[in-house]
Design a protein around this ligand. Structure first.
Ligand code: UDP
Ligand code: MG
Length: 323
């Protein structure tokens, strides 16, 4: 039976912590009773430098339920994506499979069972996908949809309506840990891992207690992070624009020269027209070109794994030598 770790990043979640601890422990107990996970499965709360009593509450839960509730205290606030990564990597060596979920219980704990079933069927990553955005404000809904559109346009693979509620097998977390980049956008990284995946659908609820820790500022920052960490398309767009303007400058040159020879143009207009268009175009072109190299350097310095082996078929002899 596999040991499950439920990883929960928490930032100033004192209002909801005990409620979610209870709900997650109940989920564990239920799954253990159904013989779907090992008895020593646990919840791992990651305190992301909270300023309130979150960590004290985690300690208290751990005292009360030493087998079921574990905690990690980060030295300061590093943000949801890093807190979650810290939790996953800590949990990796203690578990066979992890499920990450927010502390506020907006994601439906009931579908964790379905995730585990899919894991047993051979999936390494199972995405929790929300069915509708009923509980969101109009604003959040529209911005979120716009965000997915922009991501698609930029060529970033991401799962529609999936936040960070997901199951990952141990080897998926191990592979993920090879991505050393510090510009973290987990939702974009998961499709890069490439193992077998599936989705489960759920209705996202209101926060169980407390307020959102993701104000517009943080949402926009995450969106920018997502695009800039995965796509160098904006640079290519500059290059494209450079080409376009150089092309236009040729047309403008023809027009200016015709005007010069046929009409009465103010002295100096023709040469100004020619230089403004042509210089503007070549400058953009040059910036775009330099940008292409910077884009390549950017991709190189990430040092992402170049491939990810899912299975190897060899003779028994080689297999015995495996670590
Ligand atoms: N969170 C975190 N660090 C932060 C901000 C948020 O660990 O700097 C956690 C937070 O405690 C919660 C999760 O990230 O468990 C998602 O945040 P929230 O529910 O406030 O976001 P929303 O659902 O409103 O988008
Ligand atoms: Mg939330």
């Amino acid at each position: 039976m596999e040991r499950l770790a439920i990883v929960v990043p928490c930032y100033n979640e004192e209002e909801v912590l005990q409620i979610s601890s209870q709900a997650l422990r109940d989920t564990l107990t239920d799954l253990v009773n159904k013989k779907k996970i090992a008895e020593d499965s646990f919840v791992l709360f990651v305190n992301d430098g909270s300023k309130d009593r979150t960590w004290e509450l985690i300690e208290e839960e751990h005292r009360k339920y030493p087998q079921q509730v574990f905690g990690v205290k980060l030295a300061g606030n590093v943000g949801h994506q890093f807190a979650l990564t810290a939790g996953l990597i800590t949990a990796k060596d203690m578990s066979d499979v992890t499920v990450s979920i927010d502390a506020d219980l907006q994601d439906d704990v009931a579908v964790i069972e379905e995730m585990i079933d899919k894991f047993h069927q051979g999936c390494d990553i199972v995405y929790g996908v929300r069915k509708e955005r009923k509980t969101d404000t109009f604003f959040k809904r529209v911005t979120a949809q716009g965000f997915y559109k922009v991501m698609e346009l930029m060529g970033v693979k991401s799962i529609y309506n999936h936040a960070d509620f997901r199951l990952m097998s141990r080897r998926a977390v191990e592979q993920f840990s090879l991505y050393k980049e510090t510009n973290l956008y987990l939702r974009g990284m998961m499709p890069l891992i490439g193992y077998q995946t599936d989705k489960v659908y759920y209705d996202r609820k209101e926060r169980a207690a407390g307020e959102s820790k993701y104000p517009l500022r943080k949402m926009l920052a995450l969106a920018f992070e997502g695009i800039s960490s995965f796509s160098v398309k904006p640079i290519s767009m500059i290059l494209g624009l450079g080409f376009l303007i150089v092309a236009v400058s040729i047309l403008a040159a023809v027009y200016a020269l015709i005007s010069y020879f046929t009409g009465h143009v103010t002295p100096g207009w023709t040469s100004l027209m020619l230089s403004v268009w042509f210089l503007g175009g070549t400058q953009l072109l040059a910036i775009g070109l330099v940008g292409q190299y910077i884009g390549k350097i950017y991709m190189e310095v990430k040092q992402r794994p170049r491939y990810n082996i899912e299975k190897v078929l060899t003779s028994e002899k080689e297999q015995r030598q495996e670590p």
